[in-house]
Structures are given as structure tokens and as C-alpha cells.
Design a protein around this ligand. Structure first.
Ligand SMILES: *[C@@H]1O[C@H](CO)[C@@H](O)[C@H](O)[C@H]1NC(C)=O
Ligand SMILES: *[C@@H]1O[C@H](CO)[C@@H](O)[C@H](O)[C@H]1NC(C)=O
Length: 328
């Protein structure tokens, strides 16, 4: 009974934490200029667990009218080293990412020179790109918490907001030295991160982890598909605890898109949950209360009877001794 009550409290606590976490990093994805029905990309979100795809309507001449959006959850977040990987749906042609949907709400990276059709997501549309223009942030760890091999270093690449929120999680969880984003320009000759350096794409190729210690010779090949494979990732990276932490935190925290507005089952689901939890807790607490009161009442009664018995015995004993005194 006590453990049930504790479980009940734990349930409440989880619900409370869930509510508090609703205030973690958010990006509003707006595809219409005639209403405020933005969708929300949220850090640590479970994603669109209902799985209703939705199309960008032509009410405001959005650049990607008719594209499907949404219906992806965290289970399908991870891609491979190959650009165009990590799509839960919409990957009909491995050689191009042009024309693809936005399962997580964010646009794929842009690699310059219309690489694999990424030109349509290029800097000309930076003003519309959800989460802001593409940025990169170096990930170093310098406090000695990890055994780092010489020159082992990583970069994240993604929209400004996703990268900034990710940096917060990485600083908190992986001893990453804080650093602010810088504009990512893949066409610049002195760009620090190149397409060949990507060791992992995430979220329908809209976010990537790269390392200068990796040189994927297949990255730009015209036969670049998931079936041709990629240069193996060196052991210094593959078995690095620092890399493992970065990957784990990205997998857990990277912002992904919630349910569509209007369809949102959240308030109803929350109401059902609250009712269920309250009802369960009330029943458990009432049962516990009745049980405790009965237990204590019986105890008191038992003690009272025992005291009465002892008193009667004492009186009897005293009477016996008195009788003894009366007949010396
Ligand atoms: C969207 O609507 C505008 C205005 O009606 C039209 O000119 C344009 O071609 C439409 N775009 C698409 C992709 O249907
Ligand atoms: C990466 O590999 C390519 C092809 O083998 C080579 O031309 C290039 O110099 C390499 N780059 C680095 C930085 O090692």
C-alpha cells in the first residue's frame, strides 16, 4: 500500500517534470502568413507520434508549397555518413534531396554548388529557413574529463537555433567547451568543415556531426548512395568516449517537430492523463487512509483491552494477597 502511494507520487512527479520540460528550447516553424498555426520543433520532443503528414498549403506562396511535413518521431532520427540519409519517408531517389518532404520540419543542409540537389535549400532562402541560417560550432573538450586522442575534434552543422540549443545540452552533458555558432558557408575555400568530414547525419540530413579526422572519399561521388557505402570511420573516432557522448546527446536532445496545430491531441491527452492520475491517486489514498485508520483503531482497541485485562489481574492478585493477610 505504501509503495502504491509512492508510485502514485512518482507518477505525479513525472507528469510535473513533463510539463516543466515543455519549456525547453523551441523553434516555431511557420509555413503560412494568414494564420498563427505555426508548428513547434522542440528539444527532447518525442516528435509527431500520431504520424499525420500534412502539406504546406498555398495560402501565402511559401517556397515549398505542396511538400509534406511532419509525421516523424525520434526513433528514425539517425542517418549515416551519406548526405540524404536519415529520412523516415520521402527518400525515393538516393542521388538527390531536391523535392523531398520535411519529416522533422527542418530543411536539409546545403553543401554548395547544388550538391545532390541541395541548391533549392541554399542561402537565397536563409530568411525563410526554419531555425535560422546554417551555422557550425566546434566541439572541443578541454577539462580532461575524456581521454582525447591528438587533434580529436568535432563540429556540429545545422540551423542556428538547433545548433545553439544542442550546444547547451553538449556543454551540460559532455564537458564541451562553450562556443557560439558561426555562419556556415560550404563554398568558402577556408571553410573548416567539408562534406567529406561528416561522420553522421541526423534528422533527415538537416543536422550533422563532422570531424576533420574523417575523410569520406565517397561523400561527393556521383554514385553517392547508401548502398555504395562510405569510408570506414577511424577507430580513434569510433571508440572515442567523447564521440559517444556527443552522439548520445544529439540523439536524445536534438529538436524535432511536435504534432500539428488543431490536430494536437496534447490538451485532451493531458486532461485524460490528469483525470486518470488524480482518480488513481484518490482511490489509492482513500484505501490507504481507511487501511491505516483501521489498523491503528485495532491496535488501540487491543492495547486498551490488554490494559483492562492487566488491571483486572492486578486487582485479583491484590485481592488474593489481602485475603492472605486476613487469614494469617
Ligand atoms: C500558389 O498560388 C499562387 C496564387 O494563386 C499561384 O500564382 C502559384 O502558382 C501557386 N503555387 C503553386 C505551387 O501552386
Ligand atoms: C581525402 O581523400 C581524398 C581522396 O583520397 C584526397 O584527395 C584528399 O587529399 C583527402 N583529404 C584529406 C584532408 O586527407
Amino acid at each position: 500500500m505504501v509503495s502504491l502511494s509512492l508510485g502514485c507520487l512518482a507518477l505525479f512527479f513525472c507528469f510535473y517534470v513533463h510539463q516543466v520540460h515543455a519549456n525547453s528550447g523551441q523553434i516555431f516553424v511557420t509555413t503560412s502568413l494568414v494564420n498563427f498555426d505555426a508548428r513547434i520543433v522542440e528539444v527532447r520532443s518525442g516528435g509527431d507520434e500520431i504520424g499525420d503528414r500534412w502539406s504546406i498549403t498555398n495560402d501565402s506562396n511559401h517556397p515549398f508549397v505542396g511538400r509534406e511535413i511532419g509525421a516523424a518521431n525520434r526513433w528514425t532520427l539517425k542517418g549515416s555518413q551519406t548526405f540524404g540519409s536519415g529520412y523516415p519517408y520521402g527518400n525515393v531517389d538516393n542521388t538527390t534531396i531536391a523535392g523531398r518532404p520535411f519529416p522533422y520540419g527542418l530543411w536539409p543542409l546545403y553543401w554548395g554548388n547544388n550538391m545532390m540537389g541541395s541548391g533549392e535549400y541554399g542561402p537565397a532562402l536563409d530568411g525563410v529557413r526554419p531555425g535560422g541560417q546554417l551555422v557550425t560550432i566546434p566541439l572541443k573538450t578541454e577539462d580532461g574529463a575524456y581521454d582525447i586522442t591528438e587533434g580529436e575534434m568535432y563540429h556540429i552543422i545545422g540551423d542556428r537555433d538547433s545548433a545553439t540549443y544542442m550546444m547547451i545540452s553538449l556543454v551540460r552533458s559532455c564537458h564541451v567547451s562553450p562556443a557560439w555558432p558561426t555562419k556556415f558557408d560550404p563554398t568558402s575555400p577556408n571553410s573548416t568543415v567539408r562534406m567529406e568530414n561528416v561522420i553522421q547525419y541526423y534528422r533527415a540530413s538537416s543536422f550533422a556531426l563532422a570531424s576533420p579526422g574523417y575523410n569520406n572519399t565517397f561523400a561527393r561521388s556521383s554514385l553517392n548512395t547508401e548502398s555504395t557505402g562510405a569510408t570506414p570511420i577511424p577507430d580513434t573516432i569510433r571508440y572515442s568516449e567523447f564521440h559517444k557522448c556527443l552522439d548520445d546527446v544529439i540523439m536524445n536532445a536534438l529538436g524535432i517537430m511536435n504534432w500539428a496545430p488543431g490536430y494536437s491531441p496534447t490538451p485532451i491527452a493531458d486532461a485524460i492523463w490528469v483525470t486518470f492520475i488524480l482518480l488513481t491517486c484518490t482511490i489509492i489514498i482513500v484505501l490507504w487512509f481507511v487501511h491505516t485508520v483501521r489498523f491503528h483503531w485495532r491496535n488501540i482497541k487491543r492495547k486498551w483491552r490488554a490494559a483492562k485485562r492487566r488491571k483486572a489481574e492486578m486487582i485479583a492478585a491484590r485481592n488474593r494477597s489481602l485475603m492472605y493477610e486476613m487469614y494469617p
